[in-house]
Design a protein around this ligand. Structure first.
Ligand code: QUE
Length: 357
């Protein structure tokens, strides 16, 4: 067990087990949880006793609802350097998971959003259950899809990533499998047995290339059918309206369509931060040509531009502080978001660049 009470580490047989243990905050990641997890992964990477890592969340509702953005908001209001340290350490953790050399298995048995996506989707196995709700909802808080969202969203079947980024659409297990963001579906009440079988797999003497076949066999044997994906049913509408070369073209396309689907989606986008929509569009376009580490450096630049702007603070105020859900975005319309402001979110940071090594 670790020193930080909000995250637990234990060895279960040949598995390193991580439990995000902050259930009252839907297991949202604090800087301390991020640092503790990163340090433990470095240890397990070299430790032959840990053949694989499983990550799960405590409590009935969430795997992990995101980052502790409330703390970042308070830091920004007070001028503390947590606005830099939080994102720097979170993105370095995302990178450590992306490059982790052993099987990494995330049990997404509940809400999995933002920062929760960042500590799961970069690993090799992502298990969804009937309780999974996945989303990248950051345009609703005046931010942008981060934690590697630029990388994994820009690599989904087009234009699904843009659709998820702009709308913050929530995926269930069937949707998550359809997009490829989840790799398996296992009923929630079978997870304990699945973990038990993984933990007693004796792979220490094995040839390492047989390890993944054995994990897959266990996960597949416990798998069930997730049902039909709503996203799959909507894919024609999504492609038609989101396969455009600007956010305003997406909005125009939706306005021209009198269907209920189009008006619902137009309404959603009109509630999002116009600046967030514009920078998220630019982010995904740029990310398509960048490797993972370059994506993280870009996201860090974007995070710091948002810390120096208006909408992140207004978004957190409206969603997490006052909970009036009535943010007053500035600028208030997409037409007022200038090209200069968008480009400023991608400027190099000189001395304070995210350096990964
Ligand atoms: C959009 C978001 C987030 C959000 C709500 C949104 C987000 C996030 C949280 C969150 C949830 C529970 C907590 C917490 C933060 O909510 O990124 O500290 O306890 O982390 O509409 O992007």
């Amino acid at each position: 067990m670790s020193g930080d009470p909000n995250i637990l580490f234990e060895q279960q047989g040949s598995i390193g087990m991580v439990t995000l243990d902050r259930p009252k905050a839907l297991n949202a990641l604090t800087l301390e949880m991020i640092e503790a997890l990163h340090a433990k992964l470095e240890e397990w990477r070299e430790d032959a006793a840990a053949q694989a890592v499983i990550i799960q969340g405590t409590g009935p509702k969430a795997f992990c609802a995101g980052g502790d953005v409330r703390a970042v908001y308070e830091a920004g209001c007070e001028g503390s350097d947590l606005t830099q340290r939080f994102f720097r350490e979170e993105y370095k953790l995302n990178r450590a998971i992306k490059h982790f050399p052993k099987p990494f298995i995330a049990l997404l048995d509940g809400i999995t959003m933002g920062g929760g996506m960042g500590v799961s989707v970069h690993g090799r196995y992502r298990v969804a259950t009937e309780k999974t709700i996945m989303a990248m909802p950051e345009t609703a808080i005046g931010f942008f899809p981060d934690v590697g969202g630029s990388y994994f969203l820009s690599r989904l079947q087009e234009p699904l990533g843009l659709y998820l980024a702009l709308t913050g659409a929530r995926l269930d297990a069937a949707d998550a499998l359809y997009t490829g963001l989840a790799t398996h579906y296992i009923a929630s009440d079978r997870l304990v047995d699945t973990i038990r079988e993984l933990a007693v797999l004796d792979i220490v003497e094995d040839e390492p290339w047989t390890w993944d076949a054995k994990i897959s066999e266990i996960l597949e044997r416990h798998s069930d059918v997730a049902g039909e994906s709503g996203l799959a049913k909507d894919i024609r509408d999504i492609s038609r309206h989101f396969g455009q070369n600007s956010v305003s073209a997406v909005l125009h396309s939706l306005r021209e369509d009198s269907s209920e689907w189009a008006s619902e989606h137009l309404e959603i986008l009109q509630k999002r931060s116009p600046t967030s929509l514009a920078i998220s569009f630019e982010e995904l376009q740029r990310a398509a040509n960048l490797d993972f580490d370059s994506c993280m450096r870009m996201e860090y630049r974007m995070s710091q531009a948002c810390m120096a702007g208006h909408d992140f603070y207004e978004g957190i105020r409206a969603v997490l502080v006052d909970k009036d859900h009535a943010p007053k975005w500035s600028p208030a319309t997409l037409d007022e978001v200038t090209r200069e402001v968008v480009q400023a979110h991608f400027h190099a940071l000189g001395e304070s660049e995210l350096v990964v090594a």
